[in-house]
Structure formats: C-alpha cells, structure tokens
Design a protein around this ligand. Sequence first.
Ligand code: FPP
Length: 257
Amino acid sequence: MSSVNSEVDSTLRPSMSGNESPPEIRVPHHVAIIMDGNARWAEKNGLTVSQGHRAGYDNIEPVTRALAKRGVKEATLFAFSTENWDRPSEEVEAIMELAKEAVGAGVKRFHTQGVKLRHVGYEKRLPAEIIANIKKAEELTSENNRFALNFAFDYGGRHEIVNAIRQIVSEGVCPDEIDEGLVAGHLFTSGIPDPDMIIRTGGEYRISNFMIWQSAYSEFYSSPQMWPDFGEHEVDEAIRAYSHRQRRFGRRPDSRS
Ligand code: FPP
C-alpha cells in the first residue's frame, strides 16, 4: 500500500462558484463490504474461479487506500462465510492460501501504513497456521490508528449471535441483565462500531448473513460492479450515495440527522 491519507479527497467536493463554501459531504466512519462477483468476473475474463478470488484479493489494498483517502476510518470485509466451506474443495483451498498470504506476508504492508488489523469470525475451524498468524497480526497492529481493517473470515451473523448467547448463558447472567449492549459485547465485533454503510458488489441486494445484528441501521448500497472491478470511481459513487441518505434511526427527521 503506497499511502493511506485520512484527509477527505477534494474530488468528492462538488464544484463551487464564487465564494460559496463547499457543500458538506458526509463520509461514513465504518464501511462494510460484501465482496461479491469474483467468480462471475473470472468467467467473463476466461479465468478460473480461484484466479477470480486472487483478483478480488488484489483489490483489497487499493480499495482500502481509496476509502482511507476519503476519510473513512474503518472497513470490514466479508472474505469467507460460514457457508462458504460448502464450496468445491479446490476453491476453499485457494481462499485459504490467500488468507495465509493476508496474515503472513501481507501484514507488514498494512502495518507500515498504520492500519490496525482484526479478524471477526469463528476461529476453531481455521488452519492452525492462519489462527497463529491472525493473533500475531492483531498484536503487531493493535496500536495503529490511521485505519482499522477487519476481515470477516469464517463469519456468519446467525452463528455469531448463537455464539454470543452461549457465552452469556455460560457466564450465568440473569435474564433481566441481558440488554443490547451486553449482546453486542459478546459478538465477534465487540468494540467495533456498527457499520454506517454496507456495500455489496456484484449487483445483488442480499445481506447474506453478514453483520445481521450490526446492520440494523446501516445504509445499504449495491454496486453493479463485480468486486475485482470495484475501484476508486465506485468508492466515490458509494460515498456520494451515502451522503444523500437521511439517517433517521426510526425517529422524525428533525430529531437526528
Ligand atoms: C464472492 O464471490 C467472494 C467470496 C466468497 C470470497 C471473497 C474472497 C476474496 C475477495 C479473496 C480472499 C480474501 C482474503 C482476505 C483471504 P463469488 O465467488 O460468490 O462470486 P459470484 O457471485 O460471481 O459467484
């Protein structure tokens, strides 16, 4: 990654005339992305599905950089779901190889750019080498504060909630003491703010078991681009769309914008 700049990109500001001050562009703090379309992209380009995932993997760094440059502070990427284990073994192995790279050689690049890395998801089914390297990467980057990048890997929202309930029950918590904060604190995303916007690439409109608790009030954005083709221009389009949304959180428009 060549540069991660937290300043808002001037290209996002609509052009001005005279002495008008620039209209405010509201940039989401936390963007979560369902990186869909790798296989379709591969097919379109005469490549294998595994090559499609490689292209998707290679797109993570430039998109992270583009988000950071525009003032986004945190991103969560859906890289492998609890259901993806059922895909052909060759495909699962190809994604595991990419994961090994991400938490191995890939970590240094993010660390030198001040990116804090975190895994959200189930640990026990992942290869021991990946788990060990996740721990090392999280520890190494824990003090970084320019950008937070979370990898949802072997992640499923329903499983996450069941896991939280199991933990709460095993702690012997009295039912009256269970509230939303307690549940949120037992999710894999504990301590991570809810996503302001969820982007799904690949043109479909499903949440696919991704952050189903955390997305209660997230703005949903679907991009027609397949994930490997989702670039700076698409990042700008998504942020612009977010900026025009009125977030009401179930209230009247004038009580919270
Ligand atoms: C969806 O495309 C994408 C996935 C299931 C995996 C996403 C993985 C990566 C971007 C690369 C791996 C990243 C890491 C960090 C290890 P799809 O195969 O469902 O595409 P389709 O919708 O065209 O079928």
